[in-house]
Ligand binder design. Sequence first.
Ligand code: ZN
Length: 395
Amino acid sequence: MNQPLFSPQGVYAQGEGAPPRVISAPQRYIQGAGVLKSTGHYVKSLLKVSRPAIFASRRGLSTQGLEVEMSLKANGINSVTAQFGSECSLSEIDSHTETLREAGIDCLIAIGGGKVADTGKCIAHRLEIPVVVVPTLAATDAPCSALSVVYTPQGTTDHVQFFPQNPEMIVVDTDVIAAAGERYLVAGMGDAMATWYEADTCLHNPMARNSLGALPTLASVAIGEICARTLFEFGEAAAESVRAKQNSLALDKVVEANTLLSGLGFESGGLALAHAIAGGYPEIKIVHDNYLHGEMVAMGVMAQLAMQNSPDRERVARFFARVGLPIHLNQLSISAPNRDDVDKVIKLALSRPIAKNMPMPVTHATVKEAILSGDKLGLAVTNEIGDDAYRRLHD
Ligand SMILES: [Zn+2]
């Protein structure tokens, strides 16, 4: 499916009545310290699986992949392995699909970051088998959703693939996340903070559609709200604990916010200008090569809240600055010489249907004004409270 399930003609299908309200979620979400070594037990007890494949990068296969393999073995399940290359692209998806079809697997366990999860979902869908996602970073909300962003082999967005179902199971070991880099967790917070502001925008605009092509439920918007509240309360402490490579209650809460709450909230609550702009930033090569999705989303949130003249603008900007997310264009390496590149970003943002989930006119001029207004606030906040956290993560 290249279109959302509930709006087959696209998000703004003409001549249709309003679509239903729909919320979508994975069958099981399991999170805790050390749960990785119980993966075999969960797979055996909850899924009828006899021959799973473990799908991860070369490094992932030799670390967390090995642990999952042993845990499956301890439960009497023999697995095969498949190595993720570098991109969630059609060529990579197709070649793995063929090899794994011949191997006769009945479940795919994707272990890694957002691109591994997205590739794994595509392969499992083609093989019509359940997919288990084991995130090793809390940098994106990819693990829980029923969609994958497919890239060109060069790494720019090609299309979004929608699936009839969310992953069967997500297993998040918070000890693994605690050992990953601080910048990944912080980027995940940027992606997660957008959830509430975008879902709330969609709830209040009857023309807006969520990623399923449907109207958002109150439940998914409430999930977005507690996601933002959790980040404001525990975000800094969680980043501190990852810096110290230690697990903590704050980290536990933020991992749930970045993975489950953000995942359910974005998919069923709906996206808006923040993600439309974030999707445009990779057009600028220096941004594409040096920044994470969640960092681009943070800049998108700055612009969206500016367009909405949101009372939360300053609070969000201060939070982003304290955890080290970019809040002005210079922090995204967009300085005076390449400022004109912002026009390319806006052009691409305007082509995304989610931009139209905003209730006000979204034009080149209004988006540019919003980006520049967000930039201005970001500079003012940086001047006032400094950029220590940003420098720590980016130098
Ligand atoms: Zn995102």
